[in-house]
Write a protein that binds this ligand. Structure first.
Ligand code: HEM
Length: 480
């Protein structure tokens, strides 16, 4: 492991900052960057006896992520009482640990098996085509809103077999709102500040409403089972129930809710960022357009054709490196642990960050730049490049997510190219562990015979990725 010269190594001084813990939830990226540049690969914020530990290197990522016995997942810090709806809707893989996690993950691995991916491919093609049916060349669209709506529909269809767009949006926004509340109030459990805990009761009430909706969905779906032969994820979970009595209806509520929560915004943000980066890097877009033209025969790439689109794969990988939708996650020490010079008592939260790891200059040359070509020459380890996490809790939906991303991007880019609106504002921020656009991402739809041009944009995007010089607006220079 090599260390960048600019970062300090330990010299007997513990990497502990006496600080304000709420700085972290307020602006996770700014906080992690400043800790990384001050302390290097391992850092701690301490505030009135409470500590959060941060790891920023592949080696520490490995130590934390590969040892799921010592470092437990605690994606939802607020679990509610034993019999509460909050406890039940948070009872999915993301919250489980030990044998419970291992057993449930085994069941879910079957549900997400690679075997069924080809079946999803045609659904994804049809949905993408349908979603674009009212798009026309010359129109302006907000890619952020479009991609969130698109992925809510896609996720509802693939997970629950829902083809009602209105219902899908309602369920999606209910789940998003609840996840966001969890992180606000959950940070309160981590950092105990009144502004984070005052919504505790509201969170529990909203969990009851969410549970009722998911239960209704499951009951309706179950009643249609005998009449249809469906291959959405929920149908596969019903089949798994037949051979696994531990997978009760109550467990299904937790799995269904958390899988939906884990699946749709991550893919939506990845799509928005990828389309934005392609629009601002015309040479990349041209090379991709050529690959799509030569490597696919009809308006839909076949499943086999998709497998051979290497450059598309690099574009997606690079987009997820430079702007990873999942930008950090956390564990909590289930028992005392040693990380480098630090002895961590049980209960200490530990944060790892995809964004910080992916932007290390010792791992990736010019790490802030979007350069898909780099993937011809690099093969980072699982703990150096980890958009889907790593170790025994790595994203179970990663193969499905990659099929969704590759298929929908290929279908979209065979119909339209995208041109950013000059001088528009593009902001991005981490909210509830996810890095997504927090402003509109306004683009014009072009013919596929047209190449986009790099245009100046303003906003916090410039602090997240280094765009070509022509993408820097004069106003941004002043604001920076
Ligand atoms: C681009 C899209 C996606 C990204 C970037 C992503 C990222 C991640 C990451 C980083 C983790 C690990 C979190 C941790 O270690 O704390 C994770 C876990 C998980 N993801 Fe994804 N995910 C994506 C799509 C999906 C999809 C499509 C599904 C399901 C349909 C899904 C379901 C899950 C589940 C159930 C877990 C928990 C696994 C466990 O704890 O064993 N994700 N995801």
């Amino acid at each position: 492991m090599t260390y960048p010269e600019s970062l300090p190594l330990y010299s007997g001084r513990l990497p502990v900052r006496q600080g304000n813990l709420p700085d972290f939830p307020r602006d996770p990226l700014a906080c992690m960057r400043s800790l990384h540049s001050e302390f290097g690969d391992l850092a701690v914020i301490e505030d009135q006896g409470k500590r959060i530990t941060f790891v920023f290197s592949p080696e520490y990522n490995r130590q934390v992520l590969s040892d799921s016995q010592t470092f437990h997942s605690q994606f939802f810090a607020i679990r509610g009482g034993r019999r509460s709806a909050q406890r039940r809707v948070t009872s999915g893989l993301l919250s489980m640990n030990g044998a419970e996690h291992r057993d449930n993950r085994r069941v879910m691995m079957d549900v997400f098996s690679r075997r069924i991916l080809p079946e999803y491919h045609s659904v994804i093609c049809d949905l993408t085509q349908d979603f674009m049916s009212d798009w026309t060349v010359g129109q302006q669209r907000d890619l952020n809103t479009e991609m969130v709506n698109f992925m809510v529909r896609m996720t509802s269809a693939l997970l629950f077999g829902i083809d009602d767009a209105h219902y899908a949006l309602e369920l999606g926004s209910m789940i998003d709102h609840w996840v966001r509340q969890n992180h606000e109030v959950g940070m309160g459990a981590l950092v105990s500040a009144p502004q984070f805990t005052e919504n505790y009761e509201k969170l529990l009430t909203d969990a009851e409403k969410l549970e009722a909706s998911v239960q209704e969905l499951i009951a309706a779906h179950k009643s249609q089972q005998s009449a249809t032969n469906r291959s959405d994820v929920l149908s596969l979970m019903f089949q798994a129930q037949k051979t696994n009595e531990q997978l009760t209806d109550e467990k299904l509520v937790g799995h269904a809710t958390l899988t939906f929560a884990a699946a749709h915004l991550t893919t939506a943000h990845t799509l928005s960022w990828t389309l934005f980066l392609l629009a601002q890097h015309p040479q990349v877009m041209d090379r991709l357009a050529l690959e799509l033209a030569e490597g696919t025969s009809g308006p839909y790439p076949t499943f086999d054709e998709l497998e051979s689109l290497t450059y598309l794969e690099w574009v997606i990988k690079e987009s997820m490196r430079v702007l990873p939708a999942s930008s950090y996650s956390q564990r909590v020490c289930a028992e005392p642990a040693q990380l480098g010079p630090l002895s961590l008592p049980a209960g200490t939260p530990v944060i790892f960050s995809q964004y910080l790891t992916h932007h290390r200059p010792d791992l990736f040359e010019a790490p802030d730049e979007f350069r898909p070509e780099r993937w011809a020459d690099i093969s980072p380890s699982a703990y150096e490049y980890l958009p889907f996490g790593a170790g025994p809790r790595m994203c179970i939906g990663a193969p499905l997510a990659m099929v969704e991303l590759r298929t929908s991007l290929a279908v979209m880019l065979k119909r339209f190219h995208f041109q950013m609106i000059p001088n528009s504002v593009v902001d991005g921020q981490i909210i509830s562990t996810m890095l997504g656009p927090t402003s509109s991402v306004k683009a014009n739809l072009l013919e596929t015979s047209d190449s986009p041009q790099t245009v100046p944009v303003t906003g916090s995007i410039h602090s997240l990725v280094k765009l070509p010089d022509t993408a820097r607006a004069a106003t941004h220079e002043r604001a920076a």
